[in-house]
Design a protein around this ligand. Structure first.
Ligand SMILES: Nc1ncnc2c1ncn2[C@@H]1O[C@H](COP(=O)(O)OP(=O)(O)OP(=O)(O)O)[C@@H](O)[C@H]1O
Length: 232
């Protein structure tokens, strides 16, 4: 199992108040799979994803990603894990405004262990002809393509996407979902995606419904739907 989480708990302390955000999460996702996490605002989706990606730490329980017990890594090893194994895509693209498209991607490829070829990645995400532009000269969908290119150039084992289409219109959202499916197929990258949009769950191999820090339902799609056929 590529991702295997057992009894993961996480609380946040603010003043004297302790909030239990994750209450014993159990989750499995196979290598090369696409997982979707659904759930209302505040249910713990981002917290869970941040722990899987090594941005945050769980309080207890086990989080194994490709054989690595993430919760047990010291700070240096956690940084290396995050840098070398994980790609992140967020709702807002977080591109550096003063750098061109290719420079934004190069920043990551320079610190990567075995980066993919820049032109191949630009081609794969469909922005090769825009590599000398600045982010302000791109549409939202194009900026998200750059952020996906930046995430995959380091050839991550796992791509974590937090509301990747949250800021995009309908047709652009669909094209970004198609792109994520293509990345999954072309590079075999395991993808875990948070969304509010239940229709998107159709493209996943596994769907996890989170409510108040617990997985309340889990389903398996034997035949995931191609993103271009998803409607909402
Ligand atoms: N660093 C933090 N310190 C204190 N509380 C936090 C922190 N991060 C998250 N929380 C709290 O944990 C709960 C879960 O937050 P989380 O962001 O994981 O939810 P979510 O399901 O991703 O929500 P959304 O869909 O709105 O992004 C919320 O009540 C939030 O206020």
């Amino acid at each position: 199992m590529f991702i295997h989480i057992l009894n993961l708990k996480k609380s946040y302390q603010s003043g004297v108040v302790t909030t239990e955000v994750l209450k014993g999460i159990e989750m499995k996702l196979e290598k090369g799979g696409i997982g979707v996490i659904l759930g209302p605002s505040g249910s713990g989706k981002s917290t869970l994803m941040n722990i899987i990606g090594g941005i945050d730490r769980g309080d207890s329980g086990s989080v194994v990603v490709d054989g690595i017990e993430v919760n047990q890594l010291d700070d240096n090893k956690l940084t290396t894990y995050r840098r070398e194994q994980i790609g992140f895509v967020f709702q807002f693209y977080n591109l550096v405004p003063s750098l061109t498209v290719s420079e934004n991607i190069e920043v990551v490829s320079h610190i990567s262990h075995s980066p993919l070829n820049m032109d191949e990645v630009l081609e794969a995400v469909g922005i090769k002809d825009k590599k000398h532009r600045f982010p302000r000269e791109l549409s939202g969908g194009e900026q998200q393509r750059v952020s996906i290119a930046r995430a995959i150039i380091k050839n991550p084992k796992l791509l974590l996407c937090d509301e990747p289409t949250g800021a995009l219109d309908y047709s652009t959202s669909r094209s970004i979902l198609q792109l994520l499916q293509q990345v999954n197929e072309k590079y075999g990258t395991t993808i875990l995606m948070i969304t509010h949009n239940t229709a998107i769950a159709a493209m996943a191999d596994r769907v996890f419904k989170l409510r108040s820090g617990e997985i309340v339902a889990e389903s398996v799609n034997q035949i995931p739907v191609p993103a271009e056929r998803i409607e909402w």
